[in-house]
Design a protein around this ligand. Sequence first.
Ligand code: GDP
Ligand code: IMO
Ligand code: MG
Length: 421
Amino acid sequence: MVDVILGLQWGDEGKGKIVDYFAPGYDIVARFQGGPNAGHTLYVKDKKIVLHQIPSGIFHEDKINLIGNGVVLDPVILRKECETVKPFVSDYRKNLFISKRAHVILPTHRALDKASELAKGNEKIGSTLKGIGPAYMDKTGRNGIRVGDLLDKNFTSHYIKLRLKHQKLLDSMHFGEDISDWEEEFLEAVEFMRQFKIVNGEYFINDNLSKGKKVLAEGAQGSMLDVDFGTFPFVTSSNTISAGVCSGLGVAPQKIKEVMGVTKAYCTRVGGGPFPTELFDETGEELRKIGQEFGATTGRPRRCGWIDLVALRFACMVNGVTQLIMTKADVLDKFEKLDVCTEYEINGEKTKEVPFQLSRIEIKPQLKSFKGWNRDITATKSSDQLPEEMKTYVNFINDYLGVQVRYISNGPGRDQLVKIK
Ligand code: GDP
Ligand code: IMO
Ligand code: MG
C-alpha cells in the first residue's frame, strides 16, 4: 500500500515537516519527482534541517528512503546533503537507496538553466537554477544520463558527448561563464555517488509492497507547479501530482490509498507567474514576516496572499485528495480578519474553474471574509481547544472542497500538529 503526501499550492506548504511526522508509520519513504529545486524543512533535535533530494524519512533510522526514477539528481548537492545529515544518523548510506533510472543533473544543465532564464528576460520563470528544466528536457529528449549509467564503463564518453552538445547550446546562447570548477566537483561527486545502493527502484518497491510493507511517497513542489496542470509556463518540469507517483516510482495506481494534500492556511508562491490572491499591501508583508516566508532553497522572499479555494479545489480534483493537512495556521493567529477566494472574476464573468492559462488575463479574486481567532494556538494539542472562529474557517473550506482537513499544523515543530477529532 502506498500513501502520498504532496503540496496543493505553489510549493513550500510544509511537506517536509509532515512527511517527517508520518514517517514512523511506514517502512519506506520515497521521493518520486523533482530534484534539488525542492527545499523541505524539518527539525531534528531542535536543529533546523533543509533537505533537497534525500527523502524526509532519513532521520528515522529504521526506515528505508528511496530516491525514485522520477527524480532528477545532482550528485554535487547529494554529497553536500549527506554532510548535513551525517551528524544525526549512524550511517546515511545504510538506508538510502537510489533508482538506476533516475536522471543525473550535470553542471551544464545548471548552466543551461541560467542561460535560458537570462534569455527570457522579464518573462523568466524564476527557476531555482538547479538545472531541473534542462535535465528533464534531456530525459524526454532521450539524451540524458541515468544513475545506473554512472556504473557503466562507458560513462565518461557518454558524459563528454552530452557535455559537448550542451556546450554548443550554451555558445549559441552566448553564455560565457567559466564552469570548469563545477565539472571537477561533479566528477568527484559522481565517484561519491557510486558508493550508494543503486537499485532497480521499481522492483525494489514492488517487492516490498508484495511483502506487505508500507510506502509513503513524498511529493516536491506543489500542484500549481505541475508541468501539465500548473500555471504553465511558470511551472516546474515534472508531474507533481499524484499521477507522478506511478510514473516516478513504478507503482500501479491501485496501490495508492491515501492522498494527503498539504495546504497552508493562506497561500505563497516563490518565483514568477500568476498568483490570483497575491497581496501587495501591508497584510501581505505581515504574512511574510510572521510566516518567515523566505525560500528554503534560494532564500528569496515568498509572495504571500489569501488561501485560493478555486485553485485548491482544482488541485484536490487532479490529485484525488482523500484528506487535507492545513499547515501554518498559527501564522494567522494575529489577524483580525481572514479572506478566502471562492471565485475568479474574469472579464466580468465569475467562475469556480481554473482557466487553462492565467498569464494573459486579469483575474479578480472574489473574497469571502471571516473573523480571525486572534489568539495564540501554538501550544494547542487537542482539536477541542481550537478557537471557534478557526472551526468556522476550516469548516467552510471543508464544505467548499468536499474534502476534510484532518490535521492542523500550529508551528514548525515535530509535535505541533493537531489531529481533528
Ligand atoms: P516544503 O517545501 O513543503 O517542505 O516547505 P518548506 O520547508 O519550504 O517551507 C515551510 C516552512 O514553514 C519551513 O520553514 C517550516 O519549518 C515552516 N513550517 C511548517 N509547518 C509550520 C507551521 O505549522 N507553522 C509555522 N509557523 N511554520 C511551519
Ligand atoms: P518544494 O518542494 C516552491 C518554483 C521556482 C520557479 C518554478 C520553476 O520546496 O515545495 P525550477 O527550479 O523547478 O525550474 O523552478 O518553480 N519552485 C518551487 N517553489 N517550492 C519548491 O519546492 C519549488 N521548486 C520549484 O521558484 O518559480
Ligand atoms: Mg520548500
